[in-house]
Design a protein around this ligand. Structure first.
Ligand SMILES: Cc1ncc(COP(=O)(O)O)c(C=O)c1O
Length: 340
């Protein structure tokens, strides 16, 4: 099955810009570095979920859904973008968020509310710190909500946190094609693409895109923002197998194509690190581009560290994917981060 034949809805403005970070490159005395601006993809303050949602919400339309249910953290970029995209397509959105309702809505939660999410349910609190336990609680609450909505005559469509792996893979494989086309106009080709990795749909799609459009020669470097490299490696292997089966792929994508770094997470997901702060301030100061503290800040910290350690050749072309998330800078708990 050719990806171009798969139907999707139009949500974002693609291709997103590809910009060269010449000041950063000079500062680091490293390879050529470009930034792919998926934070500027044109809806609900932008971010990587739009490419995935184009496939997910097409499925919702096909199933004649009337409402979208999705889950995420209280400061979820995914729920913000799902709500924005659902608004554009005329769906109601029901959110199930991990954690307690804060007294004041900030960052992404403020935007979920501003976008008019129909209902926001909060599940668990600080005592439920076990990741698997929390995920089960969220799913159970979402299932209950699905039942309740059906009883009320709605036809809900459920989108898991970060979207189904297959939708991420489809969305991000075509991002590689965009990057290749944009660089070709400059007589260049991408040697590396660097991305933040959470649910890994983005990284899986980039690996697929490299196999389909670059003979696997573009190496994808995933920077984990939570979870060790073995855990993420397993997730990507499984998602690649699913997508290979779905597309009936003739070529095999080996596990040697999966590279995950887990050295830049720091204490935990969402907790600031010194390297993240340096990275966010460096890109803002040298390039006027704003990264976020949870995903792209940590991923950029990883890229800067690898450049300093000599991981790249001077003539390598490295593309950093800006996956969005800037609303996180204005979230309760992050606001103080850059104030000292
Ligand atoms: C801003 C941002 N960057 C990167 C990611 C990670 O993407 P993925 O879940 O596809 O690994 C997320 C996921 O929530 C995100 O919100």
């Amino acid at each position: 099955m050719q990806i171009g034949r798969l139907e999707r809805v139009h949500l974002g403005e693609f291709p997103t810009p590809l910009q060269e970070l010449k000041n950063l490159q000079k500062h680091l005395d490293g390879p050529r570095i470009f930034i792919k601006r998926d934070d500027l993809d044109g809806l609900g303050l932008g971010g990587n979920k739009l490419r995935k949602l184009e496939y997910a919400l097409f499925e919702a339309i096909e199933q004649c859904a009337t409402a979208i249910i999705t889950t995420g953290a209280v400061q979820s970029n995914h729920t913000r973008l799902t709500t924005a995209a659902a608004n554009k397509l005329g769906f109601k959105t029901y959110l199930v968020l991990k954690g307690e309702e804060p007294k004041i809505a900030t960052g992404n939660l403020l935007l979920d509310k501003l976008l008019g999410a129909q209902e926001i349910h909060y599940v668990g609190g600080p005592s439920n710190s076990n990741k698997d336990e929390m995920a089960t609680m969220l799913e159970e609450r979402a299932e209950q909500l699905e039942k309740d909505l059906r009883e009320k005559g709605e036809s809900p469509y459920y989108i898991p946190n970060g979207c189904k792996a297959i939708h991420g893979a489809l969305g991000y494989s075509t991002c590689v094609l965009e990057i290749i086309t944009q660089l070709r106009a400059l007589g260049l080709a991408p040697d590396y693409i660097v991305t933040a990795s959470g649910t890994c749909g983005t990284q899986t799609g980039l690996i697929l895109g490299s196999a389909l459009y670059a003979q696997g020669e573009t190496q994808v470097l995933g920077m984990s923002i939570s979870g060790d490299k073995e855990e993420l490696g397993k997730r990507i292997t499984q998602s690649l197998a699913e997508v290979a089966e779905f597309l009936n792929l003739k070529q095999k994508i080996g596990t040697e194509k999966i590279t995950v770094y887990d050295d830049y997470i720091g204490e935990a997901y969402g907790v600031a690190t010194g390297e993240m702060k340096e990275a966010v301030q460096l890109i803002a100061g040298k390039e006027g581009i704003i990264l976020d503290p949870v995903y792209t800040g940590k991923a950029m910290a990883g890229l800067i560290d690898l450049v300093r350690k000599g991981r790249f050749e001077k003539d390598d072309v490295v593309v950093f994917l800006h996956t969005g998330g800037v609303a996180g800078l204005f979230a309760e708990g992050q606001i103080g981060t850059f104030q000292e």
